[in-house]
Design a protein around this ligand. Structure first.
Ligand code: GDG
Length: 479
């Protein structure tokens, strides 16, 4: 029974996200088809979605094409159409040109445009209306991420019977930065439509509660916000994770082991392989990382004859100006470094601007003696956790920025401040020279942490918290 497809409101669990969990692909015979996108969110939610008569509302990634709801391997998918103008204004504009830099410590300058905001409102309204249409009476709706922050309040207005959860995948900034936003109050009120507002870290939740108290004037006590109508909203941390077992099994497979060996051979069998994998994004600190490494080579601490740094930068948001500029900067920097320091067949940095299948990602993780993850600011950073999951022999050193959410859980990583190039150089050297026993001690502890807190735990914790919200949304329990 997949009644959601008829739009008559029978879904007991509804996910509202900017993107659908599948990508449009062209099959071998030329017909259009779908492929499940590789993200951990999909993996985590799939089992709950199937057992709950669930539906997923999102944009399929192609413009203009009107698409009917459909069922893909048991998942009800409800495609939303975005016009080219909405992609430019809601997605590339307000989401990625305003909110993304503002929420990441203003690492880049956020742009404030009133037309972008208008489009953000319109798109959020359409997603909320669709959720109101497909959700069964008393159903649970889980809204995802910064592109959808107005949906909770809009949806509550239409459907007060629902339990509504919201989860923010990126950091929630301190009041001093959030305050810049001309539409700060609308965003806070949008989020307050939810029963539970989830963040990666307790710090983000605390920032939110403080802003609500100061800007909107609601009473708060610890993680609870008391609204004038008697409803309560809880703000709490739910650190996201990965499917540990899936990554470990992939890493252990014969084909990934073979491929990891091949990768090292292709590099000329170096003694040491360092690795960075990121979406090409200015928050990820790719530039200071390769600068630190290149100085270590220049100063004679690493020799290109026996050491190589692999940097994979996955293409991302290529139509947004700041991303194009960053790509040019990195191209130039890597070119300069390899020109200055490389030898024939021995570049200092082996740089790929490309995306790879999961299998190849796992092979890269396995081929690397050291993983270097140095974001200026990151909600969590799953790449760090994936590296840990793939190191089933308890070897491999993780160098991790203290500004990644993951740093709160991965305490045994070699932590760095990406703004401090000398500090980063010293720590990379420490990690490279550490005794194998020390590397193993740290990796073992990190593996335990990620194994015990995987992505299904994350989804269960959030949905359990939402399920325990009383039917009157806390209206009768007053302090
Ligand atoms: C946001 C937040 C938060 C990357 N390149 C390829 C590829 N990937 C996969 C990685 C990883 C994912 O993409 C990237 O996740 P991150 O967490 O590292 O970063 P964001 O994309 O910025 O994600 C972040 C996350 O949401 C979840 O809440 O942790 O802080 O910014 O899984 O493996 N996957 C494949 N090919 C690639 O080339 N298959």
């Amino acid at each position: 029974r997949v009644a959601t497809v008829n739009g008559n409101g029978t879904a007991d669990l509804v996910i509202v996200a900017n993107r659908l969990p599948v990508d449009r692909v062209t099959e071998a015979d030329g017909t259009p088809g779908w492929r499940k996108s590789p993200g951990g969110l999909v993996t985590a939610l799939e089992p709950v979605m199937r057992s709950n008569d669930g539906a997923w509302i999102g944009w399929p990634g192609s413009t203009d094409e009107e698409m009917e709801p459909f069922v893909d391997e048991g998942l009800s998918l409800i495609p939303m159409t975005l016009s080219p103008a909405e992609i430019e204004e809601h997605y590339e504009g307000f989401s990625n040109g305003t909110l993304w830099p503002l929420y990441h410590d203003v690492v880049a300058k956020p742009a404030f445009h009133r037309e972008w905001w208008d489009s953000y409102v319109t798109v959020n309204e359409r997603f909320a209306a669709k959720a109101a249409q497909v959700a069964a009476k008393g159903a649970t709706v889980w809204v995802q991420d910064y592109q959808m922050q107005l949906v909770p309040a809009m949806l509550r207005e239409l459907r007060p019977d629902l339990r509504i959860g919201f989860f923010l995948h990126i950091p929630f900034p301190p009041a001093e930065l959030f305050q810049q936003l001309p539409w700060r109050r609308q965003i806070l009120e949008g989020l307050l439509g939810a029963d539970i507002v989830g963040f990666q870290l307790a710090g983000g939740a605390a920032n939110f509660v403080r802003l609500v108290r100061q800007r909107v004037g609601h009473k708060t006590h610890r993680d609870t916000i008391y609204l004038p109508d008697g409803r309560t909203v809880r703000a709490a941390a739910f650190p996201i994770s990965i499917d540990f077992t899936e990554f470990e099994e992939l890493a252990r497979s014969e084909s990934v082991s073979q491929r990891a060996k091949q990768i090292r051979e292709a590099l000329g069998d170096p003694e040491t392989v360092l690795l960075g994998i990121d979406r090409l994004d200015y928050t990820k600190g790719i530039t200071p990382r390769i600068r630190a490494y290149s100085e270590l080579v220049r100063d004679g601490h690493f020799d290109v004859e026996d050491t190589v740094f692999i940097q994979v930068a996955t293409p991302s948001r290529e139509r947004v100006d700041q991303y194009r500029a960053l790509r040019d900067d990195i191209d130039r920097l890597v070119g300069r470094i390899n020109g200055d320091l490389g030898k024939i067949g021995r570049p200092a940095i082996s740089y790929m601007h490309s995306s790879y299948p999961r299998h190849e990602m796992a092979a890269l993780y396995r081929a690397a003696d050291m993983m270097v993850v140095t974001p200026y600011r990151d909600g969590m950073n799953l790449v760090a956790k994936e590296y840990v999951a793939c190191r089933y022999e308890n070897d491999g050193a993780l160098v991790l920025s203290e500004f990644a959410g993951a740093a709160e859980e991965l305490r045994q990583a070699w932590q760095v401040n990406p703004y401090d190039i000398n500090g980063m150089k010293a720590t990379i050297l420490d990690a490279a020279r550490a005794e194998p026993k020390e590397v193993t001690r740290r990796m073992r502890a990190m593996r335990k942490q990620v194994r015990e807190n995987d992505v299904s735990q994350w989804a269960i914790r959030f949905l359990d918290a939402l399920a325990s919200v009383p039917h009157d949304h806390g209206k009768t329990v007053r302090p």
